[in-house]
Write a protein that binds this ligand. Structure first.
Ligand code: CAO
Length: 455
């Protein structure tokens, strides 16, 4: 048995390419042409095959090392006829564009590797895939953003009929590994996963079941390459609210109307009220008036106080108003129940109690359920307008920002008026733009003259 060095063969014009995968380890028995490592430039990846059969004694490269033609990959205890005194040159490596083919079955099997003298296969950019050995890129393949996989993994996927575009890569830079393909296959076999082809043949999902969006994979970036980073796990509330927000943002055809309400008189009244009730410890903020004003608008426009149930609308004859509360652990939405039956002072008091409980992480499920409409107020912080996300299964949400003094034309002159920016997001499956504009206009009228609540 002779020890021989297996070297990187002629890989065309490419020099100092990074080792991104070690496909063998000391003690492994390898065959001639078996892939040993994968290298990658910024344009393509390729596997470096073994020139000899034998047992790996020592790896001479590590992940991240840069190699060029002639670099020693490993030492091998050569077997059989291949134990020649002078090592044979390795066959040409097989190149693959960095992007993976979305449909593995469309990728032809790698051509038998020619000898380096015949045709070294350069690494090719997908756009310049004119080399005969370059894998075929289907016309429908997105040019960017797909995970990549080595030729041997592609071959493995192709043999199993696994669509690589649907496999989540767990390797560096989202690279799909052999284990990823195996895990995908297991999940499909176990019935916990459907391929897109299977999904296309399946009957349309029933209302209320989830559907796939066929989106590009999330971009994977090695942020540490650009500067120092710190990893912080998301808290429980962020994880739960994030999943809910994602569903609501994606599943609701939402539109936001922006408007302004003149609250000059209402603010004067609020300040007066707080002076009168200074000793009670109750502080009235604009949000309490908004809750009451919204109840009046919801009564006038009942479809805003509803939920979709398949092809039917459930219109609620109770008015429970949720308000978004910012806490150190994330966003929560406590609910003022039966806001229609409560006065401004009682609403203010309940809001203060619920906000305190929220900040202390003491809200129970009952405190946060049953809302028919939600208000998200950033008025204490600032901003002009924003686009709040509907809190499903509600069909509308009101966003409020900080009021500001603005010059308004009264027909004769400009006068200073305190204007409150309103942003109403509504579900277009239930509500039309005209109704949303009317809702905002009516809300503005109430806030401008609160006596209208009594009407
Ligand atoms: N315009 C101008 N000032 C306003 C205002 C408005 N629209 N709304 C409130 N203010 C003032 C208040 O009067 C109060 O002033 P003083 O300190 O001088 O008395 C100050 O801003 C702070 O108000 P507040 O925020 O404590 O009270 P609130 O009733 O307006 O809001 C609560 C309570 C719990 C909703 C709020 O604290 C909060 O958490 N807001 C954030 C909600 C949020 O994150 N929404 C975004 C969801 S989407 O991510």
């Amino acid at each position: 048995m002779a020890l021989i060095d297996v070297k990187v063969p002629d890989i065309g014009d490419f020099k100092d390419v990074a080792v991104i995968e070690l496909l063998v380890k000391p003690g492994d028995r390898v065959a001639v042409d078996q892939s040993l490592i994968t290298v990658e430039s910024d344009k393509a990846s390729m596997e470096i095959p073994s020139s000899h059969a034998g047992v790996v004694k020592e790896l001479k490269v590590q992940l991240g090392d840069k190699v060029s033609e002639g670099s020693v990959v490993l030492t091998l205890e050569a077997e059989g006829a291949a134990t020649a005194a002078a090592p044979e040159p390795a066959p040409a490596p097989v190149a693959a564009p960095v992007v993976a083919e979305p449909v593995a079955a469309a990728v032809p099997a790698p051509a038998p590797a020619p000898t380096p003298a015949e045709a070294p296969v350069p690494m090719v950019a997908p756009a310049a895939a004119s080399s005969p050995a370059a894998p075929h890129q289907p016309a429908s393949a997105p040019a960017l953003g797909l995970p990549h996989a080595s030729p041997s993994v592609r071959k493995f996927a192709r043999e199993l009929g696994v669509p690589l575009a649907e496999v989540k890569g767990s390797g560096p830079k989202g690279r799909i590994t052999l284990e990823d393909v195996q895990a995908f296959t297991k999940a499909v076999m176990a019935g916990t996963l459907q391929t897109q082809a299977q999904a296309a043949q399946a009957p349309a999902p029933a209302a209320g079941t989830g559907v796939g969006l066929d989106l590009l994979p999330w971009p994977k970036v090695d942020f540490a390459k650009f500067g120092p980073i710190e990893r912080k796990e998301l808290g429980r509330i962020k994880k739960i609210s994030g999943a809910n927000l994602m569903r609501n943002a994606v599943m609701i055809p939402a539109v936001t109307n922006h408007d302004d309400a003149d609250i000059t008189e209402l603010e004067a009244f609020r300040v007066q009220l707080n002076k009168e009730h200074e000793k009670s410890g109750i502080k009235v903020t604009m949000l309490a008036f908004l809750i009451k004003a919204c109840v009046a608008a919801l009564k006038k426009f009942p479809e805003f106080n509803s939920s979709l149930d398949g092809d039917a609308l459930i219109v609620k004859h109770y008015w429970h108003i949720g308000f978004a509360a910012d806490t150190p652990n994330g966003l929560v939405v406590p609910v003022i129940k039966h806001a229609d039956q409560k006065g401004i002072l009682q609403i203010s008091q309940e809001m203060a109690e619920l906000a305190k409980k929220a900040r202390e992480g003491k809200l129970g499920p009952a405190d946060m359920s049953g809302a028919t409409f939600t208000i998200s107020s950033l008025g204490g912080i600032g901003g002009r307008y924003f686009t709040p996300i509907i809190n499903a299964p509600e069909v509308a949400i009101l966003g409020v920002c900080k009021s500001q003094m603005e010059p308004k034309w009264d027909g004769k002159q400009f006068v200073p008026r305190l204007m409150l920016p309103l942003s109403l997001t509504w579900d277009h499956r239930v509500i039309d733009g005209a109704a949303a504009a009317r809702f905002n206009a009516y809300l503005g009228q109430i806030l401008a003259d609160f006596r209208r609540v009594l009407l």
